[in-house]
Design a protein around this ligand. Sequence first.
Ligand code: LMR
Length: 327
Amino acid sequence: MRLLTAAVTTVALTLGAQIASAAPIEIKFSHVVAENTPKGKMALKFKELVEERMGDEVSVSVFPNSQLFGDDKVLEAMLLGDVQMAAPSLSKFQKYTPSLQVFDLPFLFNDMAAVDRFQQGETGQELLNSLNKRGLVGLGYLHNGMKQMSANQPLRVPADADGKKFRIMTSDVLQAQFEAVGGVPLKKPFSEVFTLLQTKAIDGAENPWSNIYSKKFHEVQPYITETNHGLLDYMVVTSAEFWNGLDDDLRVEVKKALDEAIAYGNQISQEQDAADRQAIIDSGRSEVIEITPEERQQWVDAMKPVWKQFEDEIGSDLIDAALKSNE
Ligand code: LMR
């Protein structure tokens, strides 16, 4: 009997030791922006919550500033299992689904409240599933904010953009948007934007305030026009293989931590947007141009034909649903 007890104890101890020594599952979270941005802060909050609540089972390593992957490679890397989470801007999913291009249409949303209503409504939530066929799972939307246009010369009306080279994300809608005002759009990775602007290889770009400020674009762009012409938001994604491979209970807990981190990121995004705009003005490095309603209307009139151009690809129902969120 004593022998049996000893054997059972040994087995129990060995098993216990094995469980205790099993390495936590690592979630590599890769992104391209700085840490002091809504996305940077959200990723760090996610790490904090996960490691506080389930640190024995899951660890999160955050790689900011394109340290691990740029957005051109990150989704392929995710499908290969080299990275588990990322939050590319909604403009970067064109290769995977045409639907998300709706978010790129210029002057579609009146403000971030409308964006929020659309994302949290039925259609927006359905769009989180638009990547499923490609092996990716959309886990939630994260705000950054509205884009502004910057350049070497003041941009007040569309004619000012004529012939100028603008860096854009990898989106055909954004390409059409700049072509509509006679600009020359160039698809380039985020990590190259500062140097392209500094060396004047390009004339301008479109970015939200937090990306301009955190990457010092305002130091190499003497003029920023407050156009609020388009959206830069994100979808937090993972691969179906990784996500479905987690134990059910663990998946629920990880999702809960992520939802909280996203809510935190969304809550600070608006404050950060305003603070970074002000910091740029205070720096005196770049003039922030506020255009008149009439000047703004010229941009709207020039760019709005892009909606028609992409209506078949995106779907008119989707465009209508997004427009309804302005009401
Ligand atoms: C860009 O490439 O301009 C953005 O997608 C960067 C980002 O993630 O905000």
